[in-house]
Design a protein. Structure first.
Length: 316
């Protein structure tokens, strides 16, 4: 629902009409109004969607609507997130709490009239439920698990060898999938050589491979124009250019082989650098899955992931 004043106007347009489920209707209008407010601020649609999803999960956990929430609900939710076989990381919990705080700030802002509207309808009003004494503080720059680390050079070499060997094995056995295996191997080499995030690599187009006048020996692969860099505070994607460094110049040979010979067998149309057999773009989930398959095949530690493998870019 889109509204002219944070969702409240849409509610009042009903006049004497009473919705069948008034509480659910008001709650949905709150979320719609909050989405409009964030969109007006220029936040990305994906950010708005993920924030609304967090609020819906929190509401489902509590079993109550926003005007019924209390500080204890945040504490119960946090305790639940930290328990179980896969407890949430501190950074994840802090992010959840920050989103709940933002939503409550919106509901309590007098300019949107949700407080008076809820008092009139339900004799209760939304309140801020996230305080310094019941939420996690952002005290350090890195809040990830200490077990997570970058691949060592030897591990990375084993990983690339396994990815290349997979191509040879498929060809030797006469099975389908050799081109896809070659693509996967080159994706990981490109991620490492340019220090890319998974979404940045998945979003690359052929046109993003650029020459660099300072290193003419790399030809058209002197730099990568990253268009899907991670934004900040809900902003859109950031752009950046990553130059090909001499120590990792070996990546250009594989890129040339892929772009000139292998990729055209998937698609001869200009566009995505890593197309699939169905001419769609390789997804972040696919990259994660392929990495995990090769990692487990080699018996490498399970805490290793694509995201942290890009941290260590030094060659011996």
């Amino acid at each position: 629902m889109s509204s002219g004043h944070g969702g409240v106007t849409a509610l009042r347009l009903l006049g004497n009409v009473r919705p069948l489920d008034e509480k659910q209707f008001v709650y949905d209008a709150m979320l719609a109004g909050w989405s409009d407010q964030q969109s007006s601020r220029g936040l990305a649609g994906s950010t708005i969607y993920s924030r609304v999803l967090v609020i819906r999960r929190f509401e489902a956990f509590t079993g109550r609507y926003p005007w019924e929430w209390s500080a204890g609900d945040v504490e119960d939710y946090t305790t639940n997130a930290k328990s179980g076989t896969r407890p949430a990381a501190r950074s994840t919990i802090r992010a959840f709490q920050a989103i709940i705080r933002l939503f409550c700030d919106y509901l309590c802002d007098g300019r949107y009239e949700w407080t008076s509207e809820c008092e009139r309808r339900f004799s209760q009003a939304p309140q801020q439920i996230c305080y310094e004494w019941n939420t996690a503080a952002h005290l350090v720059d890195y809040e990830g698990r200490a077990q997570r680390r970058a691949l060592t050079y030897n591990e990375l070499e084993q990983f690339f060898d396994a990815a290349d060997a997979r191509v040879e094995t498929i060809l030797t056995q006469g099975r389908k999938g050799a081109l896809a295996a070659l693509r996967d191997a080159q994706i990981f080499k490109t991620i490492y050589a340019y220090g890319l995030r998974r979404a940045e690599a998945a979003g690359l187009d052929v046109a993003d491979l650029r020459p660099n006048g300072a290193t003419p020996r790399f030809g058209r692969f002197g730099a990568v124009e990253v268009r899907w860099g991670k934004g900040s505070r809900g902003s859109g994607p950031r752009r950046r250019s990553v130059l090909t460094v001499p120590e990792l110049g070996w990546v250009t040979e594989g890129l040339a082989q892929w772009v000139d010979h292998a990729r055209p067998r998937f698609s001869d149309e200009p566009g995505m650098l890593w197309p699939t057999e169905r001419r769609s773009r390789v997804s972040v989930r696919y990259i994660n899955s392929r990495f995990a398959d090769l990692r487990d095949q080699l018996g490498l530690p399970p805490e290793l992931s694509v995201h942290v493998s890009t941290v260590s870019r030094n060659c011996p």
